[in-house]
Design a binder for this molecule. Sequence first.
Ligand code: GDP
Length: 478
Amino acid sequence: ADEARIALDNLADRATSLFNPTLRLGVAGLSRAGKTVFITALVHNLLHGGRLPLFEAQAAGRIAGTRLAEQPDLAVPRFQYEDHVRLLVDERLWPNSTRAISEIRLTIDYESASAFSRLLSPGRLSLDIVDYPGEWLLDLPLIEKDFATFSREALDRARLPQRSAIAAPFLALVAELDLAAPADEARAQALFRAFAAYLQACRADRTALSTLPPGRFLMPGDLEGSPALTFAPLPVEDGRAYPRDSLAALFTNRYEGYKSVVVKPFFREHFARLDRQILLVDALQAINAGPAALQDLETALTEIFLCFRPGRASWLGSLVSRRIDRILVAATKADHLHRESHARLEAIVRRLVEEAAARAKFSGATVEMLALAAVRATREASVSDKGERLPVIVGTPIAGETIAGERFDGLRETAIFPGDLPADPGRLLAGLPAEERGINFVRFRPPRLERSADGLALSLPHIRLDRALQFLVGDRLA
Ligand code: GDP
């Protein structure tokens, strides 16, 4: 039934698209990767004629106008663009991050580059941008796992050496359970809380990102507190029938509920209807956290590519109905590095993505990688140090940030030597000593607006946002 509905939805979308050409762009990334900032900057630059030389339609002057329009999905929260822009531009503060799904529609009126297309098409594209937590994407593999399998994997991971200390309170609760005894809600909630706290601590520790399902335990959305979100893995025996009123039976039921009322509807209603996808990754943070975090990022990417792999003979296969044809994996916050290191950042992401795609035997969509800053909070300069020229970045560090013992007040511009990345990405993956991989990472305040190309409007500065736009949207405005 799911498969039929997805096929019908896709048909309906295509039919609408005949009269009103539409492109649905998914923006995903793990928490704090930069989704909110990316969408805000993208919309702002399109609305205000930003400096986008590599976005061909705009650079060639073929875009007659871009405006916000009513989104097609009436039940999906709207992306709070106006609030985010007000904070970012007027107050030079970073907006609040993504907590759940949201959507916004832009209508772009353009003139096609070819005379033939100008005759055929109305020259109007609706761009639907769908923002959702990457944590939810990583739930997809659960669909094919039963409670016993999910539990076994989750408990094995909790007992890994690097995690067992964090997981100790949860594992202690599990150890004293009688799985066949009648369930009571107080114990169910205590188990859930201990398990969720362990997942969140792993995340805060920054060494593990991907291998922490269920995703809603990290990013609940609007379902927090519901039974489908209140369970934990248990050491159930495969194939054994537990009494109907037991904890084992209760959690099996809730886990199945999680899959059917949370995970499947999300994929069916949102994910399966995307045409293009950008995945934002905070590779700099992973680099700073060390090789285990990079390895984990690669695992996360592998799982994501498995989601995007078309034509699998399963529920998943029918879901990803060969619709997504372009995927961009972008390392965000490149403005924390000097330009000389951007290519190196890109090389690291390229390496991770290529390995992940190979492991997932991925094919079908075109995949691109790049390093970008949706909002460039720094500019580049150089200082001379003992006769040597050092590339530095200049920005206003956020109040309270510190570097080498110096504490910033959030008012003054400061030059910082960000450090550089090794030319060979293999060295980072193999594990450089901490002092060699360190990037001096300070959070900067958002920048002031800069003059756009024609000098008339003010727009948000960025790094390679135009290249991202060209890859994701450009061909539809050709
Ligand atoms: P989300 O959880 O994926 O929605 O992440 P956000 O978009 O809220 O970004 C999280 C934080 O990362 C922001 O508050 C900023 O501090 C930082 N950030 C995101 N994008 C950029 C960028 O392009 N440049 C800089 N300097 N910082 C960024």
